[in-house]
Design a protein. Sequence first.
Lengths: 168, 100, 353
Amino acid sequence: MEIALFIIFGLLAVAGALNLLFQRHPINSALSLVVVMMSLAVLYWSLGAEFLAAAQVIVYAGAIMVLFVFVVMLLNAGEEDRTHGSRIAYIAGIPGAAAIFCLLSFVFLSERSHLGSTQIGGYLTSAVSNISEVSHALFTSLLLPFEVTSILILVAILGAVVLARKEL
Amino acid sequence: MVPIAYYLILAAILFSIGIAAFLIKRNVITIFMSIELMLNAVNLTFVAFSHMWHQVSGQIFVFFVMVVAAAEASVGLAIIIALFRVRQTLDVDQINLLKH
Amino acid sequence: MSHLNHFEIFLLFSIVKILIVLVITLLGVAYTVLLERKVLGRLQNRWGPSRVGPFGILQPLVDGLKLFLKEDMMPLAVERPLFILAPIIALGCALISIAVVPFGATTIVDGVDLFQIANLNIGLLVILGVTSIGVYGIALSGWSSNNKYSLFGSLRATAQMISYELALGLSLVGVVLRAGSLSLRDIVASQSAHGALSWNIFGGYQFIAFFIYLMAAYAETNRTPFDLAEAESELVAGYHTEYSSMKFAMFFMAEYANMITVACVATLLFFGGASSPFGHTFDHAAPGLLLTGLISIFWFVAKVFAFLLLYIWVRGTLPRFRYDQLMGFGWKFLLPVAMVNVLATALALSYHS
């Protein structure tokens, strides 16, 4: 059951990411990124992180990516052209990314036996649900970082308002 | 029963594709999207490790990453809009203001 | 059914439940359209549809047949895959979110809850998430149509829906605080103790939250007074200008299915869901598990129906907002009031506990 979920949505995520790489129009790239995010939400769910799965759909797929699509529509961005810079990037980028992938997967595969395997639905330590567990940690031991992120958001709002003014 | 290593390798694949897209893409918005892809890949490793250690703190880290990503997207897209107003283009090869 | 194992029973019941709920929702959509045309007609001092069948009750079927038989136009300049995908996303998201709605009292037969497709412990978040994905249907339809009016309509709708989602989400926080859970069953259970007096809108003092929810929900479903996305006096038909035949019908059905979902959520969160307004006063009079379940479904449908009537009444009464007024209303009025409501509810709860 879980391996089936993992294979289906893992492949979907990889296909979406590759589609982001190969599509030339920003809207198509944005939509394939939405596919990646939705399949990651399913994987989070199977790992027991229900709250994060919902937050992934609401915040990432439902707000951030909508904003991207909105900006692409607003600026009427067209397909990108191949330039001199992109040729250099192809020569440097693909081997570099492949090297990073090989390194990471070598490390993960060699440490495979120590990592163990998953159980669908995750583990609950003391709380009744994942959400109460998350919120308990968030509002007791990690309260200060939580408050700091709210200040960060306030700064971001102010910054966006200032940047989006007519005269800059 | 899926080995944790598989989740980590999936994250590695997504992260490398994100790097490749970041380097290859020429449109500012798409470059920005590949950053989001990399953030998502890292989030997957956080959730996998949080599952492995039976602890919830990894998930909370992902929550913070999401908040930061939202803030970053709002400011970044505002910068892109301001940039487009001035330069009328989204191609990174043509946005080389410091050269002039 | 003793020869089936537990999983097979679960699968069978789930498929049957999904089919029944789907058919009833689509029928509900069709007859909401008829209800709207009838009530709007009466509000404007005319009859509304009255020719097909007695009192015009066969009108939705004929309308559906007409849309089905129309030629499916595909304009030359559209972005083909997205143009086809957009109505599917819109209708799909509108129908999926009904899956977590409990539309009757908990009635468990063979270990399966009869009156709810999926009882998730983050049901409310699932509804919010699925609704937020529905924005893509509208955004993509406008962009892929390659038409100025469509693009304007979908830009307006997208901005409006992202803005009002904040107020919508914040207005629900008070209810979640009171229930202490995100499961829709728990939220209904938290307000079923004393009938109408313990409903969140009365006993829970959430009437401000309800007002905000109502406004935000009208904006989320693109209905009057916030229907700027399809303002026919400015934008022809907004984002679905280029659509015809079944693709247009899918947008149309999605709008009404969203209305039904929003009415269901309002019923569940503020009006006690499937619980009776008289509390447990008449519980002894209803013998049998199934009859109790049917009575609870009756209450649920009656409440949803009242909401749909309110929707139509508002459409018949209020004029359309201007765009800057709409944004100002959402950001400068609804959002601060929703935050104050969250604070006040949290303070009151911590004072009482």
